[in-house]
Design a binder for this molecule. Structure first.
Ligand code: NIG
Ligand code: FE
Length: 443
């Protein structure tokens, strides 16, 4: 497999270079896409209910890119008339291929050191996630390793993950701290994310997750740890502009709804937007709390009660479903996606990449969403693109292929979107274009 920073250019010769003139210099064009999924925002942002199936596709589709943005989208015939290529234009032939917006992975935990492959045996022996955590494994094991790791190691680990994400078609992610759990280690983690955002082609939105677990030195003193988060960590992180979002693992035995509320109201006061891990293992009334706080997104939503789901359906909160987690925990239940779609709750999908659930592949998540949550391929693709953009507040810039939006585009070696979950467990990417540049090329 190769990841290249520049494509092999295919150039066109034209007899009279002045015959066509257009204000835009067109740098790259994609022609003849068998199916071009635009997810045009005129059909709704976020997409909800039946609208999630509307991909707004174009047959024999074409896209023109100037610098880092899309300047035209339509059929190949229209593009050739309006934006005739010149000798500098890079041309990509997408005959027989599917073209979509780049995947957005709106819930990940990529900043950590170490791994937890040993826990699979424990899970197979019947131990639950909380039992593994209580025995000193799980998040606590990762905290030990992450606290010890220098910033450079966290950056190196993150880069390896981002490279693989990009090979699988992810062009923007959200990622969190949460394996430091003391002020300096949390700041170190957010600095790693900041550095990666500057240096790696993938765009990264940062979240402070100091309330991911109660660190060992605060065992039995959760309220005191919450006090440290609100009085010390949040003010320092806000001052350093290190996080756009604040997240809490709101779950029985971790952080209560009252503690979650205290943390998130403080974050809001400091201009940091709220999001929450809710109702992953048991129902803690997290969905009601999320709607009350107007959280931008909530993760998991496996066990939420009906009142909570109704509240979500009336709010603007995006429910980000993470089917990789029940898969890795070998649970029978997944989030009730069908019920949520029928209720009109906007759904996004994410990997939740973390040392318990380690996949870089949004293609895998789309397959799990279809096979375990009964989402249709079109609904899953919507959830991995435009709705995922909403989950991180980036719907104006990315998530759909429209004029003026960033040219973050996937070209797949398959003829249509139904193949995405159908041909599973392998990488279907042909090329990935990030900010107008070909960053992955498997052809
Ligand atoms: O979203 N549930 C809390 N946090 C992560 C898992 C973190 C871990 O196990 O390391 C999640 O699943
Ligand atoms: Fe998570």
């Amino acid at each position: 497999m190769s990841v290249r920073s520049t494509p092999t250019p295919e150039r066109i010769k034209r007899k009279d270079p002045n015959r066509f003139h257009h204000p835009h210099q067109v740098d790259l064009i994609i022609l003849h896409a068998n199916e071009l999924v635009t997810l045009d925002s005129k059909y709704g942002v976020p997409r909800v209910g039946k609208g999630m199936k509307n991909l707004a596709t174009i047959q024999d589709g074409a896209v023109a890119i100037s610098d880092n943005s899309i300047v035209f989208i339509g059929t190949t015939e229209e593009l050739i008339t309006k934006f005739p290529p010149n000798e500098e234009t890079i041309i990509i032939d997408a005959t027989n291929k599917l073209v979509t917006p780049g995947f957005i992975d709106p819930h990940t935990h990529i900043i950590f050191d170490g791994s937890r492959e040993n826990e699979l045996e424990m899970k197979l022996a019947g131990m639950t996630y909380i039992e593994i955590l209580e025995s000193g494994g799980g998040i606590l094991k990762t905290i030990k390793a992450t606290r010890k790791a220098p910033l450079t190691k966290l950056i190196k680990n993150g880069r390896t993950i981002l490279n693989r994400m990009m090979e699988y078609g992810t062009t923007t992610i959200e990622t969190k701290s949460g394996y430091g759990l003391d002020t300096e280690s949390e700041i170190k983690s957010l600095l790693a994310a900041k550095e990666l955002n500057l240096k790696h082609p993938i765009d990264i939105v940062s979240t402070f997750l100091g309330a991911h677990a109660v660190p060992p030195e605060y065992e039995g003193k959760t309220d005191e740890y919450v006090e440290q988060i609100v009085s010390e960590m949040i003010p320092r992180i806000a001052k350093g502009e290190l996080a756009e979002f604040c997240d809490v693992f709101c779950e029985e035995g971790i952080f209560s709804t009252e503690q979650t509320k205290k943390i998130l109201l403080t974050a809001i006061k400091y201009g940091i937007k709220p999001q929450i891990h809710i109702d992953e293992i048991v129902d803690s009334n997290g969905a009601l709390l999320a709607a009350e706080l107007n959280a931008v997104q909530v993760g998991h939503v496996l066990k939420s009660n009906d009142d909570g789901l109704v509240a979500l359906s009336k709010s603007e909160t995006i429910a980000t479903l993470l089917p990789g987690t029940p898969f890795c925990l070998m649970l029978k239940d997944y989030a009730p996606a069908r019920k949520m779609i029928e209720m009109g709750i906007p759904i996004a999908l994410a990997t939740d990449l973390n040392p318990n659930c380690w996949t870089e592949s949004m293609q895998m998540i789309i397959a799990l969403a279809c096979y375990h949550m009964k989402m249709s391929p079109a609904e899953a693709l919507t959830a991995a693109t435009i709705n995922a953009a909403c989950a991180i507040g980036r719907q104006q810039e990315i998530g759909s292929l429209e004029v003026g939006k960033k040219a973050d585009i996937n070209i797949f070696n398959i003829p249509n979107h139904n193949f995405l979950p159908y041909q599973f467990g392998v990488n279907l990417i042909s090329k990935v274009i990030k900010s107008g540049k070909v960053v992955v090329d498997f052809e």
